[in-house]
Design a protein around this ligand. Structure first.
Ligand code: ADP
Length: 365
């Protein structure tokens, strides 16, 4: 069993910089958790504290029930994959894979069995005699993963391991890591600034900003029910649109309106907004939840198309609604539309999000 429990974890760099603030997080045995957030939000520092590569300033870290606060990295039974692979250049792939085990005086026959298994899982057999410089970036990263598997650790820690790869290879390695986790279920923490990577890999996603956790949830939960405007804007691509509106009630219906739009609000948002009548709030709607055309008249508004991006599979529209920029996704690719066109947009029912303009927290019932 290798659950990881972080309790009130803090990190200060010197007296000025508070990089990780009161982080509480429970990662279940064999769970794959992705830490995601913008650069500088404290995700690598958190990972490095779990690894023991960084001292903690306060709080507690438990791995498999044991407090590891003062345990050196080699005694934590973790394996770490870095962005720069960290392979020994003068050694063959086989010797790179064997290195950690030889240090632990594991018998050669056992080492060979472990390497055979890792090579099988990752398709490394034909590369075992090569030196790292004779490998592509993707192959080097697979060797780095192999080195983790042969050690059979309690925990895998990944620090932006795919950032050096091109987009296509990144997508392939994502699938390999997912397959690896299915074959060798091991508690894993994966740090990335890429929300697509976090969403596709994580059983749960942890969204961080300024040293704090803002939301922990399944990919569907952080996408569908973001707790605040930051998470709403960070998760999902293209990013959620935000519009300033005032809440009113008309003939029993809650409406969100501004000088340039009026949208009828359905449940559950309408219930949450009862108490906000006459007040300004921020309305969020994802590009993929807007459709071109009248839709329901009570939910549509006018927009001016500024840029048309034809992707072949869909059209992305950049438009303007009053002062606000509004992106529309998943417009059918054969739609006849051009920059300068006046169109109507409608929001799909139940897909509007509302945020308190002060706290930026979601307005919930
Ligand atoms: P992330 O991985 O989310 O990009 P980091 O955990 O690397 O962020 O860094 C969090 C914050 O701590 C950043 O503001 C960074 O500048 C600062 N920081 C990281 N390492 C050090 C260090 N060794 N000394 C001082 N400040 C640091």
């Amino acid at each position: 069993m290798a659950a990881i429990v972080l309790s009130k974890l803090n990190k200060h760099y010197g007296s000025l910089h508070h990089a990780v603030k009161d982080v509480d997080l429970e990662i279940a045995d064999k769970e794959f958790v992705a830490l995601v957030g913008p650069s500088g939000c404290g995700k690598s520092t958190t990972l490095r504290m779990i690894a023991g590569l960084e001292d903690i300033s306060g709080g507690e870290i438990r791995i498999g029930g044991k407090v590891v606060n003062n345990l050196p990295p080699r005694d934590r039974d973790i394996a770490m994959v870095f962005q720069n692979y960290a392979l020994y250049q003068h050694m063959s792939v086989y010797d790179n894979l064997a290195f950690g085990l030889r240090n632990k005086k594991v018998p050669e026959s056992e080492i060979k069995a472990g390497i055979d298994r890792a090579a099988e899982i990752l398709g490394l057999h034909e590369l075992l005699k090569r030196k790292p410089r004779q490998l592509s970036g993707g192959q080097q990263q697979r060797v780095a993963l192999g080195r983790c598997i042969v050690r059979n650790p309690l925990v895998f820690l990944f620090d932006e391991p795919l950032s050096n790869l091109d987009a296509k290879l990144r997508a392939q390695m994502r699938i390999e890591i997912k397959r690896l986790h299915a074959q060798v279920p091991t508690t894993s923490v994966f740090v990335t600034h890429d929300q697509v990577e976090a969403m596709t890999l994580g059983d749960r996603v942890v969204v961080m900003r300024d040293g704090r956790i803002h939301q922990v949830g399944t990919p569907l939960a952080v996408y569908g029910k973001p707790v605040n405007k930051f998470v709403a804007g960070f998760i999902g691509a293209p990013a959620m649109n935000f519009l300033e509106v005032t809440i009113r009630k008309e003939a029993g219906t809650v409406v969100a309106e501004s000088p340039v739009l009026k949208v009828a609000v359905t449940e559950p948002s309408s219930v949450a907004l009862e108490a906000w009548q006459g007040r300004r709030v921020i309305m969020g709607v994802r590009p993929e939840h807007l459709v071109l055309g009248e839709g329901l008249l009570s939910r549509s508004f006018a927009a001016k198309v500024e840029v048309v991006e034809q992707l072949g599979s869909e059209i992305l529209l950049e438009s303007r609604v009053g002062d606000a920029r509004v992106t529309v996704a998943r417009v059918p690719p054969e739609t006849a539309i051009a920059a300068g066109d006046q169109v109507r947009l409608s929001a799909q029912p139940g897909r509007l999000h509302f945020f308190d303009p002060e706290s930026e927290n979601v307005i919930a019932a």
